[in-house]
Every structure is written in structure tokens, then in C-alpha cells.
Design a protein around this ligand. Structure first.
Ligand code: MRU
Length: 318
């Protein structure tokens, strides 16, 4: 049983019925599973990041719709509860829409397998962009944990490592919930890829010192013009990368591309509890930011590397 196998990260169990999640809040200290027997329980698990990452929450919601159908729940109500659990990643709404016409476990499993397959395909395309000896920097966790298997940005690094193109990875800690130092480091360790966790604020000076050849991240929602929402801090990295003339690649499946949202200005940004920052003082906690398309060197999907003007190269995806 490998902890990063797709069915370990999220699965449906008929004898329950239940959606079972690897509880990402407890990693890396503990490998523990969370059993959700109802849609409100699953929505709570998504809201509190027991399962997180744009494709993974979509997959979990797909199993949630199948769970609601198996229980005989009102599907519209289940869809509304799940869709409200997190606002920024479009994969959530996308997966729910995919399941509603055919709310079966088989369809949810197919969607899960398709997402993992998309990851493998985009990772191969992304690896082609990297030169031998690449020292990459990544932010948050866009690995198998975030996608239900294999990963987007981490998948690209994994494919590059397997092809002998990757020297090592700098992993942003990713404040405040530490998806980088808890989850990406855990995955890279499991995969045997050399890495070092850095404080988010160390990226600038390491770029200036010539220690970063490219930045590779995932995405939560890509607007029609290529503006991309991802974990808070990605925009700052993109500005830094631009200043140091380092390419920034966004690696994401087409389920993250939202052609109905014209630009980043229309992407809803989740503001989480200030308690995640400090319980002592007043705080603000936007969980995502938007990187303007002009700072993105390429958006890599399962169909290949898309370049500016994104309004044209992304439109070709439908
Ligand atoms: O708040 P999270 O942990 O769900 O944020 C996740 C990210 O920002 C990831 O980079 C993104 O979902 C891409 S996942 C392949």
C-alpha cells in the first residue's frame, strides 16, 4: 500500500457507503484516513483541507455526488453544499457538473482516473520545457496529494527527474498552512527527488544568487485570458521570476481552465479564518492570489504547452 496511490488519497467505499480521504491535515506526522459518510461531513473535510488541491477537491466532490445518490439524498442540495465548500478552484464546480447527469460511483471513478491520466500527460509536456541540470522552485503542493494521484507541477518535476533533467527542487514552505514543507517535501522524499524546503521569503535572494532556473506551480483557476489563481504567494514569485528573467510555468489540467471567467479580476478569492495566521492579533488571510498572464511563460495542460496570447491558445482547448 503506497500512501500516494490514487485510491489511498481519495476513494469511495460501497460498504458504508463512504468517501475515504487521506487526512492531509495530519501529514507528514501521521498517515491517517478520514471516513465521510455524508455530504456535509465531506464538505467540512474539503473546507478544513483534509483533502485539498484543485483537482483533488473536484474528485472528492465527484465521489460526494455519488455518495449522495447512493444514500438517496437530494442531489441538487448535495451539489450546492459541496460547491460552497471552497470558492476559488473551479475544479470543484466542474466535477459536480460532470457527475450530476450520471451520479454513479463508476462515473466518479472514471473522472478520478481521467484526472490522474491528464496529470501524466501534462507532466510529460512540461518536462520537455526543462533543460538538463534544472534547479526548480515550487510553491504550495501541486503533487499527487493535490490531484488524487501523480500531480501537476510536482508531476512535471517527477517526469523531469525520471528523464535525468532535474538536479533538485527548492520547496517554498507556503505560509500559513505549510503545504510546501508538510506535503510537497513529503512527496519529494517518497519519490527520492533531492529537495530543500525554504522560507517563502528566501526565494528572492536565492533567485538573485542564480540558484533557480525555473518556477513551476499548479493552478486553482485559469481565466480565459491566462490570468491564473493559485496559492497565495504565487503572484509574488511570478514578479520575482520576471525580475530575474527566470521562466514561470503553470502546469494544470483543462478541468482548471475556466473559459467562462474572462480574467483574473472575476476569480473569487477565498479569504480564510484569520486564526490560521494568528489568534492574538487582527489578521487577514487571503488564501489565493492571481498571477497576471503576462508573467506566465507557458501554461501546460494535458494537450501541451500553451503560450501567449492565452486568449487564443486557451480558446483552442474547447
Ligand atoms: O489551499 P490549497 O492547499 O487547496 O491550495 C492548493 C494550491 O494552491 C495548489 O497549488 C493548486 O490547487 C494546484 S493543485 C494541483
Amino acid at each position: 500500500m503506497a500512501v500516494l496511490d490514487p485510491d489511498q488519497i481519495v476513494r469511495f467505499e460501497e460498504d458504508g457507503p463512504a468517501v475515504v480521504l487521506l487526512d492531509q491535515r495530519r501529514l507528514p506526522a501521521e498517515v491517517a484516513y478520514l471516513t465521510c459518510r455524508s455530504v456535509p461531513e465531506l464538505a467540512d473535510a474539503i473546507r478544513t483541507l483534509a483533502v485539498r488541491g484543485a483537482p483533488a477537491i473536484g474528485i472528492a466532490a465527484a465521489y460526494g455526488i455519488a455518495l449522495a445518490a447512493a444514500r438517496g439524498d437530494d442531489l441538487r442540495e448535495a451539489a450546492a453544499v459541496l460547491a460552497a465548500s471552497r470558492p476559488t478552484a473551479v475544479n470543484l464546480a466542474w466535477a459536480i457538473d460532470e457527475l450530476l447527469p450520471e451520479p454513479t460511483v463508476e462515473r466518479a471513478r472514471e473522472l478520478h482516473a481521467d484526472e490522474v491520466d491528464r496529470c501524466r500527460r501534462m507532466a510529460a509536456h512540461a518536462a520537455e520545457l526543462l533543460r538538463p541540470g534544472t534547479r526548480a522552485l515550487t510553491h504550495c503542493n501541486a503533487g499527487g496529494l493535490a490531484t488524487g494521484g501523480y500531480g501537476t507541477a510536482v508531476g512535471a518535476l517527477r517526469a523531469a527527474w525520471e528523464r535525468g533533467l532535474l538536479e533538485r527542487v527548492l520547496v517554498d514552505e507556503t505560509r500559513p498552512l505549510l503545504q510546501g514543507s508538510r506535503l510537497t517535501a513529503f512527496e519529494l522524499e517518497q519519490l527520492g527527488i533531492p529537495y530543500a524546503v525554504i522560507a517563502d521569503s528566501a526565494a528572492a535572494s536565492l533567485m538573485a544568487a542564480g540558484e533557480v532556473d525555473c518556477v513551476v506551480t499548479g493552478a486553482d483557476r485559469i481565466a480565459a485570458n491566462g490570468d491564473t489563481a493559485n496559492k497565495i504567494g504565487t503572484y509574488g514569485l511570478a514578479v520575482l521570476a520576471n525580475h530575474h528573467e527566470i521562466p514561470l510555468y503553470v502546469v494544470a489540467p483543462t478541468s482548471t481552465v475556466d473559459l467562462r471567467t474572462p480574467s483574473g479580476a472575476e476569480i473569487p478569492i477565498e479569504e480564510r479564518s484569520p486564526d490560521e495566521i494568528t489568534t492574538r492579533f487582527a489578521a487577514r488571510n487571503p488564501a489565493f492570489d492571481v498571477t497576471p498572464a503576462s508573467l506566465i511563460s507557458a501554461i501546460v495542460t494535458e494537450h501541451g504547452a500553451h503560450r501567449a496570447p492565452y486568449v487564443e491558445s486557451l480558446a483552442a482547448l474547447v
